[in-house]
Design a protein. Structure first.
Length: 236
């Protein structure tokens, strides 16, 4: 998925777009504090040991099936259509059907230098939970272009997508821990990035509703294959 929070809503994101590697786990790893719950989007924040940058999480339901939502979230080509201020997004190296290295360039407001990121993005499917997880984290790669901007660090971002009971919707939980680097004061970064969950969810909802969405055949195959091999439900 893509969402690398930078300035202005989801442009600090990272990449609502998932969601490689999890945030550092420590004693406070589960200490998420809810700071808002409106528009069907719950927003949480968490302080991370050893970092001045705060992690943020959003939870909500997208009114579209699992495969459709995951297809959008894992599609680099569509990312500039719905990620705020994302000027350029491209795959620089494919590792497998479910993993690749991506380059993203974000336009920043006047007087602020543009940011870019190089991330390793991975998709996983858990047939038991019927959950798709998209993980993103900063990486270095010889195929990535050298930066002429400020290269930010996506410390970790994870998106977990699970179908609703009727299969018509998708419950999304997405968190991000992102340092845009440069000379931006940390208090400003934290203040702006708290809007990332709401901006990301609203834009993702609008994107999946577009009529020209094409489902990713790899994702469809993963989900359908697990459904065919799942053991039958025991009779009551």
């Amino acid at each position: 998925m893509h969402q690398k929070p930078l300035l202005r809503g989801s442009s600090l994101a990272f990449l609502l777009a998932v969601v490689l590697g999890s945030l550092p786990h420590d004693a406070a790893a589960d200490a998420w504090t809810k700071i808002d719950d409106s528009d069907g989007i719950a927003i949480y924040r968490r302080e991370v040991a050893g970092s001045d940058v705060i992690a943020f999480r959003g939870e909500g339901v997208i009114a579209a099936p699992l495969v459709r939502v995951a297809s959008v979230a894992f599609d680099t080509a569509r990312a500039p259509e719905w990620i705020d201020s994302l000027a350029d997004a491209r795959v620089v190296r494919r590792i497998s059907d479910t993993e690749y290295v991506e380059y993203d360039h974000f336009n920043m407001p006047i007087l602020v230098k543009d940011r870019d990121f190089v991330t390793r993005n991975r998709l996983e499917y858990d047939p038991v939970r019927k959950a798709i997880t998209i993980r993103l984290r900063s990486t270095t790669d010889p195929a990535a272009p050298p930066t002429s901007h400020v290269r930010g660090e996506l410390i970790g971002s994870t998106f977990v997508l699970t179908p609703t009971a009727d299969g018509k919707g998708t419950r999304v939980s997405g968190d991000v821990h992102c340092d845009p680097r440069g000379s931006l004061p940390t208090w400003l970064v934290n203040m702006v990035q708290k809007d990332w969950p709401r901006t990301t969810f609203k834009r993702l909802r609008a994107q999946v509703a577009k009529p020209n969405i094409v489902e990713n055949p790899m994702i469809r195959k993963l989900v359908e294959a697990s459904a065919q091999t799942a053991p039958p439900t025991p009779a009551p």
